[in-house]
Design a protein around this ligand. Structure first.
Ligand code: PLP
Length: 354
């Protein structure tokens, strides 16, 4: 990124500085493509996962959208606003999409269709059967999109092997800079751009490329995919240790999606009777950063749509905490978390008893 910052050219300019910028972008395109098993020409750089998802939903211009009920808002919202026929696909209690229901939905409908199911859920870490979903979609002549934002660097992600037509990526989920990502899309697919007024990115996304961000994205995804296996093994061991210790500390603690195949770095846990937001703030005071499973908008905390889709009641959903590990997390961090949690729970116990 530091090297890219020294280039003052615009990648679309023909002079030498412009060509240097172009070379940086094209090298990065090849690196990102290679990291996810796609041809370079399939990669369209975007401002992040949100834009990639919006383009994937709106760009193909299909008549019907079949979207899982646990998708990120950047898939659900454009699907709702598109005015197209929209079917929300159900998930089971583990948070995994029902592929038989998808098959039945596609059999009963008419018109061109796009199926969008994420590769791994951002709240529970539950991994979805993306390859099977793509097979079913193609059998019915539909397109398949997978939001792989959370999956890259944690599980194997291979565009060709998954057989999807479109796939979304985000740099900051693999340790890269914020505000950059990509839509990987079959090059023979016609995509209506969201941003127009320039021929950049194979006419799929107008606007001067974020050369520095793109260079950082390439560096990060290359490192994250190269180090993926040892990282995943280490994270899963830390996560399992944390879950066992939490269970011993508070028997009856609920771990969501535990019966499903999950990302190695995430656990979503509820301590019934303890609102997640209060627990989150108490842990924050102890220097531990976790997230609540619920979405907070204009001060009103509503239960997570993901947990609701899994059949979780509103009270348990409001108690859900998401704990994630990073590339450099260690056993010491688990100890710190457990110490802070013990303190936070007993403080809240005392409050409840008073
Ligand atoms: N998709 C998933 C599954 C996510 O978790 C996120 C962000 O958290 C996004 C899409 C949006 O990505 P970005 O933050 O790059 O816009």
């Amino acid at each position: 990124m530091c090297e890219a910052m020294r280039i003052c050219g615009n990648p679309s300019s023909v002079h030498a500085e412009g060509r240097r910028a172009r070379a940086t972008v094209e090298r990065a395109r090849e690196t990102v493509a290679a990291a996810v098993g796609a041809p370079a020409a399939a990669v369209t750089f975007t401002s992040g996962g949100t834009e990639a998802n919006n383009l994937a939903i709106v760009g193909p211009g299909v008549e019907r959208l079949l979207v899982s009920s646990i998708e990120h808002a950047s898939v659900l919202e454009p699907a709702r606003r598109s005015g197209k026929e929209l079917t929300l696909l159900e998930v089971d209690a583990r948070g995994v999409v029902d592929t038989e229901a998808l098959d039945a939905e596609l059999s009963s409908g008419r018109g061109s269709a796009l199926v969008s199911v994420m590769l791994a859920n951002n709240e529970t870490g539950a991994i979805q059967p993306a390859r099977k979903i793509a097979e079913i979609a193609h059998r019915h002549g539909a397109l398949a999109h997978a939001d792989a934002v959370q999956a890259v660097g944690k599980i194997k992600v291979d565009f060709a092997d998954l057989g999807v037509d479109l796939m979304s990526l985000s740099a900051h989920k693999v340790g890269g800079p914020t505000g950059v990502g990509a839509l990987v899309a079959r090059n023979d697919l016609n995509l209506d751009p969201l941003a127009v007024g320039g021929g950049q990115e194979f006419r799929r996304r107008a606007g001067t490329e974020n050369v520095v961000g793109i260079a950082g994205f390439a560096g990060a995804i290359e490192a994250a995919t190269r180090e993926r296996e040892p990282f995943a093994t280490r994270m899963a061991a830390l996560r399992d240790r944390l879950e066992r210790a939490v269970d011993a500390m508070r028997p009856g603690t609920h771990f969501f999606a535990k019966g499903a195949e999950r990302l190695p770095n995430t656990t979503c846990v509820a301590f019934p009777g303890f609102g997640a937001d209060l627990l989150l703030m108490t842990l924050d005071l102890e220097g531990v950063a976790v997230s609540s499973g619920s979405a907070c908008s204009s001060g009103k905390v509503s239960p997570s749509h993901v947990l609701t889709a899994m059949g979780v009641d509103a009270e348990t959903s409001r108690a859900a905490l998401r704990v994630s590990f990073g590339w450099d997390s260690k056993d010491d961090d688990v100890d710190i978390f457990l110490g802070a949690l013990r303190k936070a729970l007993s403080r809240l116990d005392r409050r409840a008893a008073a």
